[in-house]
Design a protein around this ligand. Structure first.
Ligand code: T4K
Length: 367
């Protein structure tokens, strides 16, 4: 029996990639915003329908530097139900995360609770479009305007997602995308920030390049977060196939939905109105009180069948060891509840429907 992992990167053909990187041997331009990098920025801007985009070595550095470029001080309202990157990016900027609970329906930040958490020290909101599910962007926008807060979305999971026909990453002051190998669209490692302000863009570009303004003027304390030409070349190739990738994911999601919907105690994500999905993740919440078995038991059972689902996102950020004693996960009971019960099922374009059925059968055996 072959192993089924939670994901498998989508890769262009070997020949297409080799063809794409040939010119790098002629130019000997390997990194530092070369022609492939610039072409990818251009093509992504068009594909995503955003005003401005800057590429980075990974999504995390995009988020961390994106926050730094906003010159923030104080508290940032965010969700603990996310990958470690979101909280770390806030803390590494010297900012204090204030954890807001998620809603029990789609696991994005519970907008009803944000206002109660705003103080005179609040400077920004960092919501997460977790699993590719779109946050309540319209209400978040209104709150940000009312209280004069910056909004930077962790949109790591939302490549190509649209809300009411408009690119989700065009909302807020900035949105971060991850192009990691495990994402719907990858540049091996990589990420981007989408935004619409020139001055902010200038700061970002400096921060990803050591704070260098000109060869003799270094007026920022930057990092090195530039995307190389080889990564950009992978991005150019994968972009030609991403629509196909999303269509194949949709087939698997449809199969999972038809097989697992309507089972008492098995909660699937709702289908969102007005949203064009990218089918990034397929989380399932197992309620042990109704089912009589736990998420961990499903996880183990699947593992015996060589199916490696993942507990994204467990533990939640406010219970990480590195933050021990600083936050209380009980202040976000819904996030705590979901994180203890969620499993994300294998989902990737090359997953055969037969293998997806192996995942389903494994779950049904438990039932
Ligand atoms: N914000 C959010 C909400 C995020 O989810 C992430 C990243 C970020 C920010 C930060 O973006 P980046 O800086 O990463 O661009 C993985 C990914 O490394 C991470 O990018 C992703 N989120 C997170 C949800 O998943 P791990 O530690 O679970 O990865 P790993 O190595 O266990 O891989 C998962 C599975 O993928 C493996 O079972 C097999 C498969 N895989 C993985 C790699 C790396 C492959 O088949 N080939 C590969 O090369 O974090």
């Amino acid at each position: 029996m072959d192993k089924i992992l939670v994901t498998s990167p989508s890769m262009t053909s070997y020949e297409e990639y080799i063809d794409e990187i040939k010119s790098i041997w002629d130019t000997k331009w390997l990194t530092n915003m070369g022609p492939k990098h610039n072409q990818l920025e251009f093509e992504l801007r068009t594909y995503l329908g955003v005003e401005k985009i800057s590429l980075f070595t990974n999504g995390h550095s995009a988020l961390e530097l994106g926050l730094q470029a906003m010159n923030l001080k104080g508290e940032v309202i965010t969700t603990p139900f996310t990958f470690a990157s979101t909280t770390h990016a806030i803390v590494r900027n010297g900012l204090t995360p204030v954890f807001c609970d998620i809603n029990a329906n789609d696991y994005t930040i519970d907008v009803d609770q944000i206002e109660n958490l705003i103080t005179d020290r609040t400077c920004a909101i960092v919501p997460v479009h977790v699993y590719g599910t779109v946050c309540d962007i319209e209400r978040i926008d209104k709150l940000a305007i009312k209280y004069g807060l910056k909004v930077i979305y962790d949109a790591a999971h939302t490549f190509g997602v649209k809300y009411k026909g408009r690119s989700v990453v065009s909302y807020g002051d900035a949105s971060m995308l991850s192009f990691h190998a495990t994402k719907v669209y990858n540049t091996i490692e990589g990420g981007a920030l989408c935004y619409n302000n020139d001055e902010y863009g200038n700061k970002l570009r400096k921060l990803r390049d050591f704070g260098i303004k000109t060869a003799e003027i270094i007026d920022g304390i930057g990092a090195n977060a530039k995307m190389s030409e080889f990564h950009a070349a992978m991005g150019l190739c994968n972009l030609r196939h991403v629509d196909e990738e999303i269509a194949k994911r949709k087939e698997i999601v449809n199969l999972y939905r038809s097989e697992l919907s309507g089972i008492d105690g098995v909660q699937l994500l709702p289908i969102q109105d007005n949203v064009k999905s990218n089918y990034a993740y397929f989380p399932v919440v197992f309620n042990e009180r109704i089912l009589g078995f736990t998420r961990n038991e499903v996880f183990e059972h699947l593992r015996l069948r060589e199916v490696y689902a993942r507990k994204y996102f467990y533990p939640i950020a406010n219970s990480f060891d590195c933050y021990l004693g600083k936050y209380d996960p009980c202040t976000t009971p819904v996030a705590l509840h979901v994180s203890k019960r969620v499993l994300t099922l294998p989902l990737y374009a090359s997953l055969s429907l037969e293998n997806a059925m192996r995942v389903v059968d494994g779950i049904k055996e438990m039932l």
